[in-house]
Design a protein around this ligand. Structure first.
Ligand SMILES: Cc1ncc(COP(=O)(O)O)c(C=O)c1O
Length: 388
């Protein structure tokens, strides 16, 4: 029995929650079961809330610094959870990973430069490239019998015309936890073609039992030299609202250039609630994350079993990491528009629409499983009523 209660239902309406309070704007109705935005319906762990409350009780909310305690907690976590020894000096503050991706694009590329993405992928990658006037190069993932692979021949081709690769690792939405061999091949292609890798490892802690996250920068010294790694406690501990994350860059030249961009934009610090929450999470969060991922795995099993027995026309992509289920609706014979309409207006389910994830997203929907088991069961019930 877990000592943490992931079954608890926590009302989130009217808390200025994107997932709950933007339902009307997003789905046209407020009564969908929200399973879209990638935050969790579980409590942010007690040791984090306690640290934030303690800081909140101090009566002065003035300017504050990133303490040694904050950096030590990150260094310790990365070493113990991911067997990667990083130095304090390598760590750069960022108010989020999407901002960090934009800072990287501004730092390492010029207008018109090619940037590779691997769709179907987290769609803000596209906005970051296109809104900065860079050229999006799609290295579309190959779906072989429901399992996703990288098209390395195509990656090699695209790399000839690119300055940067935006890697989602583990991959959102396909749930792939890239293997050492896959990462090595990516790294070698990027080295050969002088492509910098921005490795978005925001889901690095959310790996299902039986899988292991390997940080891109640990593959070799040479690969580390071309890699900018983005990590955060936001997904791990359900604290995205505190906008605190880290960009780890071991190469002096790449780091200096990145810092120059931060200085130009005057990004030195975030908010101290984010710092104390990160420190508490990284210091005490191991057992909580282990229990969380066990629970998420059971949610995946619950959904997978249900689909197999009751709705075999909808297929679950084999999960490896993240709390996001990538569902293949192509077997239903319905168009994307029909699926979307049925989900929202018949089943009253708020999923993320596959086509927004770019090439290969057609026919798919993304369902957020970071919710109590009873919510997953309710969603299955609604799916059955509408799609059986
Ligand atoms: C792959 C990936 N990167 C970045 C983010 C968001 O990062 P942030 O909120 O820190 O900007 C998400 C959130 O879903 C994500 O899935």
């Amino acid at each position: 029995m877990s000592t943490f209660d992931f079954d608890k239902i926590i009302p989130r309406e009217n808390t200025d929650s994107v997932k709950y309070d933007l339902r009307t704007e997003t789905f046209g109705r407020a009564d969908v079961l929200p399973m879209w935005v990638a935050d969790m319906d579980f409590e942010t762990p007690g040791f984090i809330r306690k640290a934030v409350i303690k800081r909140a009780e101090h009566p002065v909310y003035g300017y504050s610094i990133l303490s040694n305690d904050y950096f030590d907690a990150i260094i310790h976590w990365v070493k113990t959870r991911h067997q990667w020894e990083i130095k304090k000096d390598w760590i750069n503050f960022s108010p989020g990973i999407v901002p960090a991706i934009n800072f990287s694009i501004l730092t390492y590329t010029q207008k018109g430069d090619g940037i590779i993405v691997q769709p179907p992928v987290y769609f803000p990658f596209f906005d970051a490239i296109n809104s900065n006037g860079r050229k999006q190069l799609d290295n579309q993932l190959l779906n072989k019998n429901g399992h996703y692979h990288i098209d390395f021949n195509d990656l090699e081709e695209k790399a000839k015309h690119a300055k940067l690769l935006l890697l989602s690792h583990p991959h959102n939405p396909t749930s792939r936890c890239w293997t050492e061999e896959e990462l090595k091949t990516i790294g070698e292609i990027c080295l050969r073609n002088e492509v910098i890798i921005v490795s978005d490892e925001i889901h690095n802690d959310l790996v299902l039992p039986g899988f292991k996250h390997r940080p891109m920068a640990t593959l070799s010294d040479k690969i580390a030299d071309i890699t900018v790694t983005c990590i955060a406690p936001s997904k791990t501990f359900n604290m995205a609202g505190l906008a605190t994350s880290s960009v780890i860059i071991s190469n002096d030249y790449l780091r200096k250039r990145f810092r120059k961009t931060l200085e130009q934009l005057h990004i030195f610090r975030g908010n101290f609630f984010g710092y104390v929450a990160s420190t508490a999470g990284y210091k005490h969060g191991g057992p909580w994350v282990d229990a969380l991922m066990k629970y998420i795995q059971e949610n995946f099993t619950c959904l997978g079993n249900f689909l197999q027995t009751s709705l075999p026309s909808i297929k679950l992509t084999p999960p490896e990491a993240t709390f996001l289920a990538w569902l293949d609706f192509r077997g239903t014979g319905l168009s994307d528009k029909e699926v979307k309409t049925k989900l929202i207006h018949e089943a009253k389910l708020g999923f993320s629409h596959g086509p927004v994830f770019g090439k290969g997203g057609q026919g798919f929907q993304r369902m957020n499983l970071a919710a109590p088991r009873s919510t997953i069961e309710e969603a299955c019930h609604r799916l059955k009523k509408s799609f059986a």
